[in-house]
Structure formats: structure tokens, C-alpha cells
Design a protein around this ligand. Structure first.
Ligand code: GLC
Length: 612
């Protein structure tokens, strides 16, 4: 039994030990880590071990064209974990085979940051169920060939975590697991070089802890205490927590806020080299104990900072990363009707090694930050500050022929910077048209919503929907009534799933049905055609129309072109692919891949019929 473990360990031991000693120079703690890895391997169920082995043999299992993810808050979606299990039919019918369960570990009410302030890494929030419920759910998902993703919030703990409580009581052993300072001298030095994550809702990077008579580092909210990874005890214990979750049947570990996990005075405390050492160590540990488990890095940074988190092909770090710049650039394109920057961004992504897998999305539980390539925009006369303002005004619905509805996030009066919140449907105009009873506006909004999904499904990687977007759910303003949520506008797009509206899917004229069935059709086509696989060859094509994007994909002898009109005006993609006959995948009719006319916000997927 332990043979397999031993083999894997031997394959990685030199590098693992080397990296560990480089960081900590502590042989005893390294020895403990190896020993505990062995124990977690022994404890891992035979079912999960079998899954590990099959995934080791088919290491491209998550790169196939049938992958579709959905992220959901358990309580909003179905009350609790058992409720989610009861809804697996719905998820399956919606073609979802990857479920991201948003943070569900124990957290303090009112100080939870949507669950990202964990009080106990081994306990499920009482209202959501138990660890046993989680294991039952992961087993039920595996039976249906669905994977389960969960967050691993490793940058910080809640101020109510056992370690934090002991530290607050003055226990030095536990204080050393965080960053404590008895005066503001060092905190002030840090503040000179460290930017702010929540400038409006949680300014500063330190919090005064009265009981301890010390400042503690809090990069995010004051109740989220940053862990000190210079302490090997912190690293080891957090790895054990990670393996504990993996052994509950979690397939994908989303490492929250990766770039922040190592701090160094005099730096911006982002993306430091030690972060990469830690993630590489984590990857090695997973390959030794649970190689079926994937690491998904949450790296919300400028493009040049994101890709290094894949590591190298020989020494990989994360298996998957969010395609965050493409997401932000997509909304820029919606607001400007100009595909130039998006095309450039997609060309960059398409030129990366095919081993790299991105998670593609239109929006998630967080805000949309305007992390665009401002050097390119500057060459076209667009300054960063005025352009961000334009984008925010556009999505607020106040300028530029916009039908969007949403709210600003963390407006910083000093830099005038702000990010943005809203559901996909609301940003596309569904909310406004519904409110105004504007049938024509609704038509246009649905077209934009479906076009954006069709385009997103054509990117390389795994598409992820936010629960509710599949039925065009709009913003939920109810968070303003909740004292624990009203300061955080991200709750605008985290509303509860409206099952009443899901029932409307049966009425083909309803907005819900049109979006749901529109997406279903696209998802099924995507599953049926190998050219959509993540590692397909992908490129962009010049259309000679500012508002129209054309993407090409080729794999398994199949070639597909996707043409997407980001403008509400009809237009023509002036392309001329003279390499064979094409068929429109949605209508089943023959269509030439030449001078393709599209209605406003229209799109088509064309498949080459002949020739290889
Ligand atoms: C990540 C999460 C976000 C949370 C933050 C702090 O960015 O996506 O929701 O506020 O980490 O944990």
C-alpha cells in the first residue's frame, strides 16, 4: 500500500527537501512534514486513491471540452450541504461537472468576509451541515463524474481562530504565527510600500488589538489576521489542513489570495519569490499524497504577474489560474465596442503553453477590477484614470448608450479608483429592460448575454458560471438591509438562487428559458466538438470591423470559427477563410466563412465541413 506513496515521495524528495530547507532550514520540521504526509496518504480512502491513479494515468482529464464549472454559495443555492446534494440533478441537467462550493468552513457571524475568515479549518459552518455531509456530497458528485472545488484560505485566519485567540492572550508561540508589533514603528514602515486591498471598507494593513496591546497585520479586513509563513509551524499546519480537505473528497483546491502569502518589509508584499516556493511545495505535496487533486490559484494581478503561478512545464505550481485580465478586458470591450485590446489579450493567452489551463468567466463572487493593459490604451489616447471612470460610469448606466445596472466597489476618493459589481444579466441590460417593461431592450440584453457566454465558451480552458447566471438572475439589492453586508457591495451579485424563476424555464418565452436554453444549446455543442478542448490550437482572426471579434480553434481534425459582434449595430466580419465549406453549428445550415453578417450582439459558431 505504502509502495505507491514511497515511489512518489522518492520521485520528489530531493526537490521537496531542498525547497523546504531553503525556506526554513529546519530538518526536524521537514521530517514531521514527511511523516504527516504519509499519515494523510494512509488515511485517504481507497475510492480517492483509485481516482488519484486514474487521473495520474489521464493527466489531461480536466482539459477536455466537456468541462463546465459553476460556483455557488451553499446557503444561497440550497440551504445546506444536503440541499446541494438534492439539487445535483439540476446541476447535471445544466451540464455542470465541476462545482465550486464557496467558503463553507466555520466562521464568525458578522466577521466572515463571505466565509473568507476561517475560524476552524476542520469544521463546517453549523448552518450548512457537517464534515460527514461534505464527504457524502463529494461521493455523490464523484458518482456523477462531477468534481468539487473548495476554497483554501491560507493567507489569514479569522481573529476568532484558536491560534488568534491564544495569540491575543499573549502566548508567544501563537503570536509568532502572525505579525505582531508592540508599536506602530514597523507597521508604519510597511504602510509606505504596501498598497491597500480594501481602501474604503478596510483601510490600512494593520489593526490595533487592545487585549494584546499590539498591532497585528491585517491585509484584508481587520478580523482577518495574516499568517506568518516565515514560521515553519504555520506552513506545516496549513499543509495538514489542506490534506485534510483533500481527504474529504475535494478535487480542486482554490488557493485564496495566493500572491499575498509571504511578507517582507520594504516590499509591496505581493508575488515575492517565496510565494512560488510555497506553491511549488504544495504542488509536490499534492502529487505525493493526492495527485488527483488540482490546485487553482486565485491570482488577481496584472497579466505579467499571473502566468508565473503556473510555474514551468518541468516544475509546475498551480494547475489552473483565473483568466482575470481577459475577463476585465471583455467588459471593457462591451463598454467601448472596440475589440482591439481584447484581441491583443487573447493573442497573449493563446501563445502560452497548452499545459496551462485557465478558468474563464464573465464574473465571479468578487468585484470586477479594471486591470487592463493601460500602456496599449495610452497609445490610443485613453488615460488610466479617465478610462476607469468611463467604465464605471458605463456600467452604472449613466454614459455611452448603456443599459447596465450595478454598483461601484471600494471607491477610493484619493486615487478616484473603484472596481465594479453586478450580475452578468444586470450588466447586459436584463434588469433595466425588465424593470422598464421594454421588450426590445430585453431582446437586446438577452442577445448580449448569450453572445458573451458563447464567446467565453470558446476561450481555451474551463468555463465557469456563477450560479444564477444560467437563468439571467439580476442584482439583489437586499444586502443593503443586512447590517453585516451593507458596506460590501459584492453582495449585490451574490443573491440567493431564485427557484421560482428556475421553474419559468419551462415557459419558452420567459427570459429565464431563453437564457437557460440558449446556454444549454451552446454547452451541448461545446461538449460534442473536440475543437473546444482546452489544449486545442487557438488564434484570433482580423475582421476589419472594430466591434467584431473572430476566434479560431483547431483540434482532433476539427476547425471551428467563432464570430462575435460586441456592438448593438449589425455588422460584417470581413473574413475570407477559403479552406473549405463551413456549417453554422447553431442552425445546422451551410454558411460560407466569408463576409459574415451578424445582427447587433449576434454571434455564430462555424465548423469547417471538409478538408483537414
Ligand atoms: C479573495 C476572495 C475574496 C476575499 C479575499 C480575502 O480575494 O475571492 O472574496 O475577500 O480573498 O480572503
Amino acid at each position: 500500500m505504502t509502495d505507491i506513496f514511497q515511489k512518489r515521495l522518492e520521485r520528489h524528495r530531493d526537490e521537496m527537501r531542498w525547497l523546504y530547507m531553503e525556506l526554513y532550514d529546519n530538518g526536524d520540521m521537514y521530517g514531521e512534514l514527511e511523516q504527516r504526509c504519509r499519515e494523510f496518504y494512509m488515511e485517504r480512502s481507497s475510492g480517492l486513491k483509485a481516482l488519484d491513479q486514474s487521473r495520474e494515468q489521464d493527466s489531461d482529464w480536466y482539459k477536455k471540452n466537456d468541462m463546465l464549472g459553476m460556483m455557488l454559495y451553499i446557503d444561497n443555492f440550497a440551504g445546506n450541504l444536503k440541499g446541494v446534494q438534492d439539487k445535483l440533478d439540476y446541476l447535471e441537467k445544466s451540464n455542470v461537472n465541476y462545482v465550486h462550493l464557496m467558503p463553507f468552513l466555520d466562521t464568525a457571524e458578522g466577521k466572515s468576509d463571505g466565509g473568507y475568515a476561517v475560524r476552524d479549518f476542520r469544521k463546517v459552518q453549523e448552518k450548512l451541515g457537517t464534515m460527514e455531509d461534505l464527504e457524502n456530497l463529494t461521493k455523490a458528485c464523484h458518482k456523477r463524474k462531477m468534481s468539487v472545488c473548495c476554497d483554501f484560505v491560507m493567507n489569514h485566519t479569522s481573529e476568532d481562530h484558536d491560534w488568534a485567540r491564544r495569540a491575543r492572550g499573549g502566548d508567544g508561540e501563537y503570536m509568532s504565527r502572525y505579525f505582531f508589533y508592540d508599536s506602530d514603528v514597523i507597521p508604519r514602515q510597511y504602510e509606505q510600500t504596501v498598497p491597500q486591498v480594501f481602501p474604503a471598507t478596510a483601510p490600512g494593513n494593520f489593526t490595533w488589538v487592545e487585549e494584546a496591546g499590539h498591532y497585528v497585520m491585517t491585509t484584508f479586513y481587520p478580523y482577518q489576521w495574516d499568517l506568518n509563513y516565515q514560521n515553519p509551524r504555520v506552513f506545516n499546519e496549513m499543509m495538514y489542513n489542506f490534506l485534510y480537505l483533500a481527504n474529504r473528497g475535494i478535487d480542486i483546491i482554490r488557493i485564496d489570495a495566493v500572491p499575498y502569502i509571504w511578507k517582507e518589509l520594504g516590499t509591496n508584499c505581493r508575488n515575492l519569490p517565496q510565494v512560488h516556493t510555497i506553491i511549488r511545495l504544495m504542488r509536490i505535496i499534492s502529487e505525493i499524497v493526492c495527485p488527483g487533486v488540482l490546485l487553482l490559484g486565485e491570482v488577481v494581478m496584472e497579466p505579467a504577474r499571473v502566468v508565473p503561478y503556473f510555474g514551468t512545464v518541468e516544475k509546475p505550481e498551480c494547475h489552473m489560474l483565473y483568466n482575470v485580465t481577459t475577463m476585465a478586458t471583455t467588459w471593457h470591450t462591451v463598454a467601448t465596442r472596440d475589440v482591439k485590446l481584447l484581441r491583443q489579450q487573447l493573442d497573449i493567452v493563446n501563445s502560452l503553453p497548452k499545459e496551462y489551463v485557465f478558468l474563464n468567466y464573465l464574473r465571479c463572487h468578487d468585484d470586477i477590477g479594471w486591470g487592463l493593459d493601460y500602456d496599449t490604451l495610452a497609445r490610443d489616447g485613453m488615460g488610466e484614470v479617465p478610462h476607469k471612470k468611463y467604465l464605471n460610469d458605463y456600467f452604472l448606466g449613466t454614459v455611452g448608450n448603456s443599459n447596465s445596472r450595478g454598483e461601484l466597489y471600494n471607491y477610493d476618493p484619493v486615487t478616484q479608483d473603484a472596481r465594479f459589481c453586478g450580475t452578468t444579466a444586470s450588466l447586459c441590460g436584463v434588469e433595466k429592460a425588465g424593470f422598464e417593461g421594454d421588450a426590445e431592450g430585453m431582446e437586446q440584453a438577452i442577445r448580449l448575454d448569450l453572445m458573451l457566454h458563447a464567446y467565453m465558451f470558446m476561450q481555451s480552458g474551463i468555463p465557469i458560471l456563477y450560479s444564477g447566471d444560467e437563468i439571467g438572475q439580476v442584482n439583489d439589492y437586499g444586502y443593503k438591509e443586512d447590517r453585516n453586508k451593507r458596506e460590501d457591495s459584492r453582495y449585490l451579485h451574490r443573491g440567493a438562487m431564485n427557484w421560482e424563476n428556475v421553474r419559468k424555464v419551462k415557459d419558452s418565452r420567459s427570459v429565464e428559458a431563453r437564457i437557460y436554453s440558449g446556454l444549454q444549446r451552446l454547452e451541448e455543442l461545446r461538449k460534442a466538438h473536440p475543437a473546444f478542448a482546452s489544449h486545442a490550437n487557438a488564434w484570433t482572426v482580423e475582421t476589419h470591423d472594430q466591434g467584431i471579434l473572430c476566434l479560431g480553434r483547431c483540434h482532433g481534425g476539427e476547425k471551428i470559427l467563432g464570430i462575435f459582434n460586441f456592438s448593438e449595430e449589425a455588422g460584417t466580419a470581413w473574413i475570407d477563410e477559403a479552406d473549405g465549406k463551413y456549417m453554422d453549428l447553431l442552425t445546422g445550415k451551410d454558411r460560407e466563412a466569408k463576409d459574415v453578417k451578424l445582427p447587433g450582439y449576434g454571434f455564430c459558431w462555424l465548423r469547417r465541413k471538409s478538408g483537414k
